[in-house]
Design a protein around this ligand. Structure first.
Ligand code: GTB
Length: 216
């Protein structure tokens, strides 16, 4: 059975692949699993039909037969478990790769995402600069540590894994900012991820949604 995911009908990122369906699309492409996409409007997200998929009324979700999932990390983990190829088989290496999935979503993503929201929603607030500096400090701290860990390696722990996939989607949000530029090895890591054919296919698929919405 082909799984169906949900994505924004009209993503505010204008096809930049920053919404969280991108990581799920990328995971499907890495494992070679075809998928269908149900596009949802902002209004539709908060309706009963979508809330039955995700109580928080957000994308992405995953449906396959009688299984419905939400949370991008959980969905990527499910794809990795179901289809293989995104997590090592050796138990300790697998546990470490899963640890990197959590590190991406629980440690690195929160200040990066909060920074994006702050710049979009609160740029006119009197406390904007102070909050921005606090978030930048927190992000730099994690980037310092990540850069030290990564060193000259291609990926976080051996072969490319779901941990890298999530970490790269998180770091992409800093592209073009001076935060990422000062870490050449992290910048190269992100570019390396984006150069993967599976990433390219996933990016093109979500971009096509934006282009179709703009044309229509
Ligand atoms: N923890 C959940 C997960 O990982 O799945 C978070 C899901 C989430 O934040 N979904 C967002 C959503 O549905 C889309 S990705 N928001 C609508 C709502 O909450 O009502 C976040 C996002 C939104 C917009 C951009 N952008 O425009 O660049 C990027 C990312």
């Amino acid at each position: 059975m082909t799984p169906t995911i949900t994505a924004f009908e009209n993503s505010p990122d204008r096809g930049k692949g920053l919404a969280r369906d991108m990581r799920v699309r990328w995971a499907f492409e890495e494992v070679g699993q075809p998928y269908d996409v149900r596009l949802v409007s902002f209004r539709g997200l908060k309706g009963a039909e979508h809330r039955a998929r995700n109580p928080f009324g957000q994308i992405p979700t995953y449906e396959e037969g009688d299984l419905t999932l939400f949370e991008s990390g959980s969905i990527v983990f499910h794809i990795a478990e179901r289809d293989g190829g995104l997590l090592p088989n050796e138990p300790n290496a697998r546990a470490r790769a899963i640890t990197w999935m959590f590190a991406a979503l629980n440690t690195v993503e929160p200040p990066i995402f909060d920074r994006s929201l702050l710049r979009i929603l609160d740029h006119d607030k009197p406390w904007f600069e102070q909050r921005l500096q606090a978030l930048d400090k927190s992000i730099r701290r994690y980037l310092d540590d990540l850069s030290r860990h990564l060193g000259d390696s291609d990926w976080l722990d051996g072969a490319f894994s779901a941990g890298d996939l999530l970490m790269i989607t998180v770091l992409r949000r800093l592209e073009g900012s001076d935060l990422l530029e000062v870490y050449p090895n992290i910048s190269a890591y992100v570019v390396r991820g984006e150069a993967r054919p599976a990433y390219q296919r996933a990016f093109a698929a979500q971009q096509a949604v934006f282009e179709a919405a703009s044309a229509g």
